[in-house]
Write a protein that binds this ligand. Structure first.
Ligand SMILES: *Cc1c(COP(=O)(O)O)cnc(C)c1O
Length: 948
């Protein structure tokens, strides 16, 4: 491969890649490499290099890409879907669409691990948790899970932990969504649990189970009171879980009021389009007593150093990045952007608005039922919220077909019934279209309020959304300013580089984002007939082919909707493979000590036992230790999980050897593909010897991070694992890992557009420049800082670890001090204390310009000088700009009594004068927040300005 300055990638990829060609030359000089090719040759081991460019044909310009996406979108047929089954038509208020969903200030933010620069989205998430707690009448909610089915599976796992029961059966209401039942069965199998599906009022024996899940309302519309079932479970030492529709909860008694221990569900119908399956935020809430067993992220209230209220993630010690295989779940990326949208939907409508929506939905369901009864059909159940079932006998096929001809999809139940679910977007003409499909051509839609058919005993009487935030003035000016205020508090990619190692915070190009808003992509129900989703099929097939070409795998499954979920699906494929060969006893998984926390957590969920492998002094996997442990566990070896290039940011030269060792002992190789941004176009996991990988499309393939989700974690596998890929969730059978067949399908146009616009050569160039940018940072910072690990020829991969541990001793400066001081400079801090405690891991990605990278390096070098001043006694060890960082406007008020100037405090090197980012709070006290746990909106005068 010869690097030619006038390669066609220059044109197609030039908007995606930061440094100009002339700057690339300057940067190569700084790193001391003769050419970009020479740098790559020095960096990657020769035995893993791929010989040819990826060939996707001609790359497309932005305009041509959008035209292609448009033509593809037009192949999807957008009908009205009254299929229900967990997905509903809804309207995202335009103010939220433009100001959040389509606003990079919201969608390009990272997960809120650094609270000082995340106050805006943390407040929105606290609103989300408050909303969920109010709707469910439970005490604590998390800040979203991936989808309703996986939330139910997490609840099952939580029930097992909380019940501390040695029973291994879990009861599932047969009225649960089929995709939920499928995912529960998948999750239960490797843990040796049995899922018993049946009628809660006839088949549930509480003394035999550790918990039970009920659907409320049921998939076919029935609304039951589960209070006595839950009481019976409690009496038997088991937990009661209710999967509840949050719109129904506006009118119906809450799960908490039935005694439920846990409630789960999907917030999709709070303004988030169906998106052919996702992304949407699932919710989970529980009682205060069980809060420490709750999976996922929880936002809590704390104070900063001035004692001002601030938000931050609470109880992080439950999570995989700390507890690893003992974590409450493997959840890392969740659905923050969608949770924010759902919370804003509630802020926008308020309790009265939500009640009006819920009532109208119910009225339309009743009107629809009355019309069908007039036509002579039997409608069930007697009481319902939005879903009815019609007995149609032999006419099922005819009616379903006629409905489609009338522009409506209905749900086929068995062979003789049809399900209809009404939603926020149902209008008189839609109701009439359904009647026509049932033969009622001349029924008139009557605006008069019909007699409700909610079960009287289950009508909601308790209050909800009483907090002032949900009683904001209904004027859009107020709402717009609220959303703007929150996003202004945060630092996202639209303002500055986010150099987070392992997270690949790269450009999310607008041309990639636009199609996500198109109704032909966003409004499809995931269970529409295939001939209505031909555009999606084309997109998914082509993207899969491209990802196969990039990775060297034979097939891709788009089902996992996060990286961690991909790990889980991949390990399940390995498990299925071993089982199929009669080797189910293979359950040991070798995982390096430096692995991402999701790896051991996922292995644990697959019933595997984790054996940790150490690293050598250079940060490489200790091959001797690895080999010894593989041999020691040879009889039971299921898999190893390795990350390549490693989480230490180096290309290990002996990676092929590692794969060989595992294969020799009968195991399979899981290669964590989170670092694929360093490989695309240069080397392929499938060629190196790996059997399966997940790809983080929200890292390498440009899906924005959304402030902590959505993501997509498809897996690629070699041919022998294809039979063990996730199966269709609709079947209700074990094998599915997510609620929808293609996970969060509606964000796939982003990754597809990226591939189309970059082309094979552009993608390869991006990888080279990502590696150059990281090596440039390493070169500029070395001398001032020590770079912890490097590969052959002293090169790092696409990220580098800066060791700041020595400054603890020399100056009393911690990694946290440096991270917070970078906020003063206007940067999101790098990844802190992972994979090595007390260090910073920096990943610039290819899309940062040389100017921005230089600004960052200047800031880091200036911070080093501040440390030096402390080391040399010129600056106080306890009272200095690092210890007091980040500085806020509050700091400038009143008399200034610090041994450094205001200017030094607030305008350090790298910070911008005119466009200075001001953090809204000083350093946040994490411990205080965990000691005084508050996870819903506190009553407050601070909201006064927003409230009525
Ligand atoms: C980000 C990451 C993951 C997990 O991906 P999520 O999408 O956050 O679940 C796994 N491994 C590594 C190395 C990662 O960087």
């Amino acid at each position: 491969m010869k690097y030619d300055r006038h390669d066609p990638f220059d044109f197609a990829a030039r908007r995606h890649i930061g440094p100009k060609l002339s700057e690339i030359d300057q940067m190569l000089e700084t790193v001391g490499a003769k050419s970009l090719h020479a740098l790559i040759d020095e960096t990657l081991p020769p035995d893993i290099r791929q010989a040819e460019y990826i060939d996707f044909g001609v790359s497309l310009t932005e305009r041509r890409s959008l035209e292609k996406l448009r033509a593809t979108a037009d192949k999807n047929r957008l009908l009205v879907s009254l299929i229900g089954q967990g997905y509903h038509g809804t309207t995202m208020p335009p103010a939220i669409q433009r100001n959040i969903f389509e606003n990079p200030a919201w969608y390009t933010a990272y997960s809120p691990y650094q609270p000082e620069i995340s106050q805006g989205r943390l407040e929105a998430l606290l609103n989300f948790q408050t909303l969920v707690c109010d709707l469910t009448a439970l005490d604590v909610a998390n800040a979203s899970l991936l989808d309703e089915a996986t939330a139910a599976a997490e609840a099952m796992g939580m029930a097992k932990r909380v019940a501390k029961s040695d029973r291994n059966a879990f009861f599932v209401d047969r009225d649960c969504l089929p995709q939920t039942i499928a995912v529960l069965k998948t999750r239960a199998a490797p843990l040796g649990w049995e899922v018993v599906v049946g009628d809660p009022f006839q088949d549930l024996d509480p003394s035999t189970v550790f918990g039970a899940l009920f659907q409320y309302p049921g998939v076919n519309g029935a609304v039951h009171d589960f209070s006595d079932r839950i009481a019976a479970l409690h009496a038997a030492g088991a937990l009661g879980i209710v999967a509840a529709d949050p719109l129904a909860l506006i009118l119906l008694k809450a799960p908490g009021e039935m005694g439920a221990d846990i409630a789960v569900g999907s917030m999709q119908r709070y303004g988030v389009p169906m998106g052919y399956g996702g992304p949407h935020a699932a919710y989970m809430a529980t009682r205060d007593a069980h809060k420490r067993a709750l999976p996922g992220r929880i936002v809590g209230v704390s104070v900063d150093t001035r004692g001002n209220r601030s938000y931050r993630l609470a109880l992080q010690t439950r999570e995989q990045h700390i507890r690893r295989e003992k974590a409450t779940s493997n959840i890392c990326t969740s659905q923050v952007l969608l949770a924010v949208i759902a919370s804003m939907f509630a802020v926008y409508h308020g309790p009265a608005g939500l009640k009006a929506i819920a009532r109208r939905v119910h009225r339309d369901a009743v009107r629809l039922a009355e019309g069908l009864e007039t036509l002579g059909f039997t409608v069930e159940p007697a009481h319902f919220f939005d879903t009815i079932t019609v007995r149609v006998g032999p006419f099922q096929g005819v009616i379903l077909k006629s409905a489609v001809e009338n522009g409506v999809n209905l749900r086929k139940i068995g062979t003789d019934r049809i399900g209809i679910t009404v939603d926020q977007r149902t209008r008189p003409d839609i109701v009439q279209a359904v009647w026509r499909a049932f033969g009622g051509t001349d029924l008139a839609y009557d605006e008069a309020y019909p007699e409700p058919r909610l079960p009287a005993a289950l009508e909601r009487t308790s209050e909800y959304l009483t907090h002032p935030i949900f009683h904001m003035n209904r004027a859009e000016s107020e709402m717009t300013r609220y959303m703007r205020r929150l996003s202004d508090r945060d630092l996202a990619l639209d303002r500055a580089m986010i150099p987070l190692g392992s997270c690949t915070m790269k450009l999310n190009a607008t041309a990639e984002m636009l199609p996500v808003s198109w109704p032909e992509f966003s409004e499809l129900h995931p269970f529409v007939p295939e001939d209505q989703a031909l555009g999606y099929k084309e997109l998914i097939d082509d993207l899969s082919q491209k990802l196969c070409a990039i990775t060297g795998y034979d097939a891709i499954s788009m089902q996992p909707n996060s990286g961690a979920q991909g790990e889980y699906a991949g390990l399940l494929a390995i498990r299925g493979y071993h089982l199929s060969r009669g080797e189910g006893h293979r359950t040991v998984c070798l995982i390096p000590s430096s692995a991402h926390g999701t790896n051991p957590a996922s292995a644990q969920m697959c019933g595997m036992s984790v054996v940790v492998v150490g690293a050598d002094a250079h940060g490489n996997i200790d091959v001797e230790d690895f080999s010894r442990k593989a041999e020691q566990h040879a009889d039971k070896l299921a898999a190893c999980m390795i990350t390549y290039p490693s989480t230490h940011g180096v290309f290990e030269a002996r990676v092929r050897e590692l794969c060989d060792i595992v294969h020799r002992h009968g195991g399979q190789v899981y290669l964590d593909g989170a670092n694929l941004n360093a490989l695309v176009g240069l080397a392929r996991p499938g060629d190196i010897g790996a059997d399966v990988s997940h790809l983080n499309l929200h890292k390498t393939f440009c899906i924005p991070h959304g402030g902590g989700g959505p993501g997509m974690g498809p897996i690629g596998v070699k041919a022998h694992l294809i039979p063990f890929l996730p199966s269709d969730p609709r079947t209700g059978e074990a094998g599915a890992v997510s609620a929808a067949a293609f996970g969060s399908a509606s964000i796939l146009p982003i990754s597809w557009s990226y591939c189309l616009m970059m082309g094979g050569r552009g993608l390869t160039q991006a990888t080279r420049v990502a590696i150059l940018n990281a090596n440039y940072i390493a070169a500029r910072l070395s001398g001032a800082y020590s770079i912890l690990y490097a590969g052959r020829a002293g090169r790092v991969a696409h990220e580098c670890i800066v060791d700041v541990r020595p400054f603890q001793k020399s100056a009393g400066v911690t990694v946290e001090d440096i991270a917070k001081r970078l906020i003063d400079c206007g940067f999101h801090p790098p990844t802190m204390s992972w994979p090595v405690a007390g260090t910073l891991m920096i990943e610039p990605t290819e899309s940062e310009t040389k100017a921005e990278i230089d600004r960052f390096c200047d800031a880091m070098l200036a911070i080093r000088e501040e440390i030096r001043a402390i080391e040399e006694g010129r600056m106080d060890r306890a009272n200095n700009p690092l210890k007091n960082a980040p500085h806020t406007v509050q700091d400038l008020i009143g008399t200034w009594e610090r041994p450094y100037s205001r200017e030094a405090a607030c305008f350090p090197s790298g910070s911008l004068r005119m466009d200075k980012y001001w953090p809204p709070v000083n350093r946040v006290d994490n411990a205080y927040g965990d000691r005084n746990l508050v996870c819903s909106c506190p009553p407050t005068e601070a909201y006064g300005e927003a409230a009525e």
